[in-house]
Design a protein around this ligand. Structure first.
Ligand code: GTP
Ligand code: MG
Length: 359
């Protein structure tokens, strides 16, 4: 699962990418080249399970971020740029709200205006693609009638009309079949989006962060389907990234914060992608596994290993906090807290599972 970091020039995209993925990019990295990196998904539940099991290995879930470079009408005409962007599953749109006369920005600082401009560019790109495809389908339909082609034609017409009302495709109502039909186009405005407001430093950062979305009038945009918003302070996050965990916690507390903006951002991305985690816990390894919400137990076992899916019998299941309460798997079993779930059980976020198999 990949999230593309987008935004206007010089808004803090590469800085965010660096602190998210702890990547050591050279200062001269080509700004036109996409950077790809992995971010660990912080998870307090997994950390607490690990404290109980004291495993040799601890493995968090991860999400991939791609720093594609600044967006604009010009960039969106380059096939390399647009290729990178089409290939991501979600977008993180960095909006500049920090003031710094040394760093150029077109016009006054106005995140909502920037948001609308970039959104517009995404829609124009999709519209161009739809128009091209419509021409093609229309020609083909003249040669030969086909129910599937006609369906595609109607759907694209509907998508076009939707875009012409200046609404992104992520807000269009579609049946699951129609969603599948559009999947191959990888439309940019259809991707779920997280608006990331990058605010300036302040002595009252905790308060500023919690009010930033509202202050910059982004609440309405963030409340739309498949959208969300969060605030970070890139400058402070960069400092945090250099510190030990203990120092970072003290530093956060001094700003009146419980967790870093980055932690919240990664978690929000994970939810926006429709992902949840289940855990496996033992003395060898405690680990988070990533699955889409509403996955059944049998395919979920496949996230661990395809053999477990093939030879699935049952999943011994307990919620992470119940396992902590019991103190051990043996206690949980003795007290009847370990449920035996079959292949059609819908795995819940935070389940600890032990897959029984015949392989
Ligand atoms: N004051 C301040 N400066 C920042 C912040 N975030 C980034 N900058 C500075 O803004 C400049 C641009 O940051 P980048 O992270 O390279 O921005 P970008 O969006 O990747 O820029 P392009 O790739 O050129 O479009 C750098 O000089 C950063 O040090 C911030 O939160 N506060
Ligand atoms: Mg950059």
């Amino acid at each position: 699962m990949k999230t593309g970091i987008i935004g206007l020039p010089q808004v803090g995209k590469t800085s965010l990418f660096r602190i998210l993925t702890k990547a050591n990019l050279s200062q001269h990295a080509n700004p036109r080249e996409a950077h790809v990196g992995i971010a660990k998904v912080p998870d307090d539940r997994l950390d607490r399970l690990a404290a109980l099991f004291n495993p040799q290995k601890l493995t968090h879930a991860s999400v991939e971020y791609v720093d594609v470079g600044a967006i604009g009408q010009e960039a969106l005409k380059e096939s390399g740029y647009i290729g990178h962007l089409r290939n991501v599953d979600a977008l993180a749109h960095v909006l500049r709200a920090f003031d710094d006369p040394a760093i150029p920005h077109v016009g006054p600082i106005d995140p909502l205006r920037d948001l609308k401009n970039v959104e517009f560019d995404l829609m124009v790109s999709d519209l161009g693609q739809i128009e091209k495809r419509l021409e093609r389908v229309e020609k083909d339909l003249k040669k030969m009638r086909s129910a599937e082609l006609e369906h595609e034609f109607d759907l694209l017409k509907r998508a076009k009309a939707h875009l012409e009302t200046e609404k992104p495709l992520r807000e269009m109502e579609m049946s699951p079949e129609d969603k599948k039909r559009l999947r191959g186009f990888m439309f940019l405005s259809e991707k779920p989006i997280l608006y990331v407001v990058n605010i300036g430093e302040s002595t009252e950062l905790g308060k500023e962060l919690s009010q930033a979305v509202q202050r910059h009038k982004l609440e309405e945009a963030a409340s739309r389907p498949n959208a969300a918003a969060t605030a970070i302070c890139g400058k402070v996050e960069a400092e945090l990234a250099e510190m030990s965990d203990a120092d970072a916690a003290e530093f956060l507390a001094s700003y009146g914060l419980q967790e870093s903006g980055l932690t919240r951002l990664i978690r929000t991305t994970y939810h926006l992608l429709g992902l949840i985690s289940f855990f496996t816990a033992g003395e060898d390894e405690c680990r988070a596994w990533t699955i889409p919400a509403n996955t059944r137990a049998q395919p979920a076992a496949g996230a661990i290993h395809s053999d477990l899916e093939k030879h699935f019998i049952r999943a011994e299941t307990i919620r992470w906090d119940q396992l902590l309460e019991e103190g051990s798997e043996a206690n949980a079993r003795a007290h009847g807290k370990l449920r035996l779930e079959g292949k059609d059980y819908i795995v819940q976020d935070g389940d600890v599972m032990h897959i029984r198999h015949s392989g």
